[in-house]
Ligand binder design. Sequence first.
Ligand code: SAH
Length: 220
Amino acid sequence: MQDSYIHKGLRKQLVKLLQNKGINDPKILEGFFEIPRHFFIEQGFSEWAYKDVPFKIDADQTISQPYTVAFMTQLLEVKKGDKILEIGTGSGFQAALLAFCGAKVYTIERHESLYTKTQTLLSKLGFDQIRMLLGDGFEGAPRFAPFDKIIVTAGATAIPEKLMTQLRPNGMMVIPIGMDDDSQIMYKIVKKDEKTFSQSTHGNFKFVPFLPGVERKLKQ
Ligand code: SAH
């Protein structure tokens, strides 16, 4: 894996594009400039890493579009020391950005093949503060709860109840919710206390579906 001046130049352009689209959190922009996003997609497709589009990764999943990742992270108002649970590790890029912003990150993936591959990548890049879990995100991570924030990076059809119970009072969740697989609306949900929530919506997005269960690797 190599990070060259060409990659850095492409990252600079991507940062400009994100700024033009309304991303203004300096730490998020710095993260997009510093993190070598091309390491998170298949070798040989480097130039795709710096276009503002989603891209296929293993297990028929996708690395989310840069703008989507930046937008959700900005919506989450990440502060240094925040304890954040991510559902849908995928390529690991979103988790890396959260860690770059100073969060203590727990992230769950249901595909064992992605879990293994991403674990190797994140440790190679030195993201040791990210705790990766293989499991069903519908269950959350009760062992490590409560969380300050939860970010769901797969398209849900409703607010996952168990995840809400794992948020601390005044904690927040950012989650795309839609009735079908075609598109979702981005929700920001703030938990006032065990019974009261407030919610706001933040535009349309398209995610791979939030699915139950764990997909194990086939034994060789
Ligand atoms: N955050 C990722 C986005 C990956 S796409 C990134 O930065 O690349 C969404 C991911 O959610 C996929 O890898 C998919 O396998 C995973 N996913 C879907 N349902 C899940 C569930 N119930 N539990 C954990 N992961 C899930």
